[in-house]
Write a protein that binds this ligand. Structure first.
Ligand code: UDP
Length: 318
């Protein structure tokens, strides 16, 4: 691995929810950072540090030669909220395909490592009766809907993964990390009401509006605390050795959406009413990661449970 600390780490989507937390952590550790972000779902975040540079641009439209030499790349740039990409699939198609291809060219040019942010969505609806209660392993076969309202996201991420795999086959240093439902404070602030389930529920409960549950609320998700997601990504980025083709990053603590509402109400001490709405046919019913691979590779494992994470959010709102 080539890590010349003179050159910046390039973080695409570095103003987004995961990106800005990652950038802050690296700046604290005195790394030099260049962020590329188009601010579709984020705002330019005030950093005020000479080691930080921002390029406001769409990663799928950049000129490769305009990016100075980097020491490594973490590619996070993509819309992630289903409500947004279902309306405009190009928000996920372009950054994950054309954007990934361009970043691979930069990684090749500078001889550096690239990490691509993939998603649990690539697994579609796995046969969870075949997972032996272990959670989804990286090698699980997915059952994926084709050309549906949601398929643009998983298709774009899977294509990005293939580009990374091809780069590796040709000697490149890279991995695909698959994130499972990351949450934390100040998430989706630009798109409240279109965002993910936890900010949506907290926002609606705080405003006294009924929360919306799609389907009967028995679908299962596993939520990972933001700081732990950052630590997991960095444990891969700085790992000294060959990286696997794909790695899950998530918390192995499944909960139904109905029970999530109950938990948020209890921990944040908020009353709530529910409006049940029809569920999209390809909304995954069960999602829980197996995190044995990253644990045995880098030693990272999730420790902050949902109760604790929600308590931190509750305290940050006081
Ligand atoms: N969901 C819900 N109400 C909301 C937002 C989401 O019931 O206001 C459900 C959604 O249908 C999905 C789960 O909560 O089954 C998680 O949704 P989210 O958009 O947070 O992430 P996903 O895992 O679908 O990418």
């Amino acid at each position: 691995m080539h890590l010349n600390p003179e050159n910046p780490i390039l973080i695409t989507g570095g103003d987004g929810f995961i990106g800005r937390n990652l950038v802050q952590r690296l700046i604290q550790q005195n790394y030099t950072i260049t962020v590329i972000d188009n601010h579709v779902t984020s705002y330019p975040y005030k950093i005020g540090n000479p080691n930080f540079r921002r390029i406001t641009a769409d990663i799928s439209e950049i000129e490769i030669d305009s990016i100075p030499e980097v020491s490594g790349i973490i590619h996070l740039a993509s819309v992630a909220a289903p409500q947004l990409y279902k309306k405009d699939p190009s928000l996920v198609l372009k950054p994950n395909t054309i954007g990934t291809a361009k970043l691979i060219e930069i990684a090749k040019r500078d001889g550096v490592r690239i990490l691509f942010a993939s998603t649990s969505e690539v697994y579609g609806n796995v046969r969870w009766d075949k997972t032996d209660e272990k959670g989804i392993e990286e090698e699980n076969n997915a059952i994926v809907k084709l050309l549906s309202k949601r398929s643009c996201y998983s298709a774009a991420k899977r294509f990005g993964e293939e580009l990374i795999l091809n780069f590796k086959k040709n000697g490149g240093d890279a991995t695909n990390f698959r994130l499972f439902n990351v949450y934390g404070p100040d998430m989706d602030t630009k798109n409240i009401g279109y965002g993910r389930v936890i900010p949506n529920f907290i926002h609606k409960m705080s405003c006294g509006e009924p929360i919306e549950i799609f389907g009967d609320g028995t679908q299962v998700r596993s939520f990972l605390w933001i700081d732990e997601a950052v630590e997991a990504i960095l444990s891969l980025y700085f790992y000294e050795g060959d990286l696997p083709d794909a790695v899950n990053i998530g918390n192995d603590e499944p909960i139904t959406i109905k029970n999530l509402a109950e938990k948020i109400s209890k921990v944040l001490d908020l009353n709530y009413r529910v409006k049940y709405l029809e569920m999209e046919e390809d909304d995954p019913l069960w999602r829980r990661p197996c995190v044995e691979k990253i644990k045995s590779l880098t030693g990272w494992e999730p420790k902050i449970g949902l109760d604790e994470g929600l308590r931190i959010i509750a305290n940050s709102k006081l």
